[in-house]
Design a protein around this ligand. Sequence first.
Ligand code: GLC
Length: 629
Amino acid sequence: MIQKFSYNPKINTGAVVQKIDASNAPISFFTLSDGVFSYRMSDAACVYGLGEAMRGMNKRGWIYESWCTDQPNHNEDTRSLYGAHNFLLIDGDDRFGVFFDYPTRITFDIGYTDPSLLTVKPADLSLDVYIVTGDSLKGIVREFRALIGKSYIPPLWGFGYGQSRWGYVTEKDIAAVADQHEAAGIPLDMIYLDIDYMDSFKDFTVNRERYPDFKGFIEKMRARGYHMIPIIDAAVKKEEGYPVYDEGHEKGYFCTNENGDDFVVGVWPGMSCLPDFLNPAASEWFGAQYRALTDAGVDGFWNDMNEPALFYSEGSLNAAFDKIKTHEGKTLSALSFFDTRDVFNHLANSKEDYDSFYHNAPEGRFCHADVHNLYGYKMTESAANALKELRPDEPTLLFSRASYIGAHRCGGIWTGDNHSRWCHLLQSIRQMPGLNMCGFLYSGSDIGGFGGDCTRDLLIRWLSFAIFTPLMRNHSAIFTRDQEATAFGDTEVFRHIITLRYCLIPYLYGAFVKAAENNEMFFRPLCFDYEDDPAAREIEDQLMVGDRLMIAPVYLQNTTGRNVYLPEDMTLVRMSGGEITTEPVMKGRRYFEVPLGDVVFFTKGALPLAEPAKNTAELDMEHLTYIAD
Ligand code: GLC
């Protein structure tokens, strides 16, 4: 059952698709006082949800803030990430879900200040709150997901393996990636084009020196079996004579400052303007620009920098230089030295900048800070609506960095800029169920880590987990060590693991589509399936995948196995050296050897496997072999 409690929302966020009448009764479970919602948690209560947020699957014991943030240096004490996903599921003496439909900053103190108190504090009391009750955790999620609408389903090839790197510059670099994977016999479906394919980082342009015949190149790569997936950034370079800028400026489609002039920010292209995705006409206009690339045969996109990330604004940069000048030639004390150093450190994504620009939404003019968390969602919606018209016959691959609930209907998300760290591999495992609860089924992390230098063993372990994530993309930052599956000298072990992904696609894609259509989770914490098993509630590093599989990834360096909790008798499936074997395993806690390069997982019933294939086009989805029958 769903109850709605309405507190004068100023804007329709678009998250909810079901019409529900607001209750006149006081909100259930919570008390509301001074604009803060409070709920007393029982000792054993677990709190799930919050989508992409850091820490465990059970979110208890920390404070989180929904405020879409470009935060490449996230760690355990980070409060805000790229997405804002305000859904919680409480499993204690009471069992209920709660969604705070609120477009801007909202804080969830889940036993951080007072261990038994959950407090939720929106910046002001103008929101809708939905309370969802049901007789099981899965049932509550199903009801909530029906409230927010069906999740995006990618094309089948979106379940293929993707190779990406910021640093591939020319078409030769891209073709070399294909050559190297082919030479190593490593399956591959997608190669991503990061910002260097553009002309001076201008959206919807192509650098003609690097890609003399872009359309011909896309066709040639398609004929070889590859989909090219270009990046689109939120901001549009401010440059007269660049048609996207000229038109956006003339028609008033950019966010404006207080005086009504285009608000100018610094991002990759230098001075740029922010399309006003909250303005329906601007959204339609921006979406229509994707045609420049779909006409060239492009069938997938990743939308980036749409928190929106701001390196600086015209005003804040000038103010920073002014401030630095006041210190020039002076002897600096420690404090004034730190102050001087931080002038530039604090320039990016500053509160002052988010407070300084405006949107024209149907409900009226809004200061960006009051609707901040909707920006990435509305960019993805702009693309999704346009792509349905531009490519009506086939689904387009689409995913985004920033998001709010609602964006899950338009595309997937990746979890932003992580690092080549073992703890980020574990974080990625833990993020999946929260994302799924909030509708984001097509998701995954940058395999191998975006920032920092990846090691061979980290890539192997990360891939061994990521073969189960719907979005499976190896991506890394410029100036980091190469981390393609072909980059470490030997390729056989990588070939075996990625080939296994392709063998699993019939099961994985089938489970995904079923989850999307039935408003279910593809990844679940164990306790969602074994509600009466207290031990299952404590498992923070294993996941159920679809109806039948359980995974227990290895995420620690220099370990050759791990402890696994089996909530019931299952069949262990082991891929070792390309060979698949099975053995029955009994319920309970056991240690399993998982040498580097082996993939071990568990099935509760017959598991279909396809024959190995070099890409999804060649995957035979009909003739399957069943193991653990
Ligand atoms: C952002 C994206 C990253 C991309 C880079 C350059 O940091 O998150 O994936 O490679 O920008 O476009």
